[in-house]
Design a protein around this ligand. Structure first.
Ligand SMILES: [Zn+2]
Length: 128
């Protein structure tokens, strides 16, 4: 009886291992795919309710860009807000390139949730 239980446990462990490995590979795959995703600037007057993947929303008021918003590129999709107004902290600098892409400095680092840490450079996500 004990032998049978041990065998069952071993089968379960093997199954778990396979699932975990597959999940890991899948995660790696999405990361790699997302690495190639380009973020394009999209000008808005208000924060959109749904953030499209690959969109960097630049919220403007009277021609003044005051926030950049994007869905977290790690895949969790949480909205990330970067303040662009120099007189409040923390503040990011948004550089717009003629090709419609953006560079955001310094890096974006989520201190809660997924803890994603990346740099957006010319529309590309560079994981830090
Ligand atoms: Zn995330």
């Amino acid at each position: 009886m004990r032998l049978l239980q041990n065998a069952k446990r071993a089968v379960n462990a093997a199954r778990h291992y396979t699932v975990w490995q597959t999940a890991r590979l899948w995660h790696w795959g999405t990361r790699k795919r997302r690495w190639d995703a380009i973020y394009w600037i999209s000008r808005v007057a208000d924060e959109p309710e749904e953030l499209a993947p690959g969109a960097l929303y630049v919220v403007e008021d009277a021609g003044q860009a005051w926030a950049a918003i994007l869905a977290c590129p790690c895949g969790c999709g949480e909205p990330l807000h970067a303040n662009l107004i120099p007189d409040s902290e923390p503040v990011w600098k948004l550089t717009e390139h003629p090709n419609g892409r953006a560079t955001l400095t310094p890096s974006v680092w989520r201190l809660d949730g997924c803890r994603a840490h990346f740099i957006l450079r010319e529309g590309r996500i560079i994981w830090a």
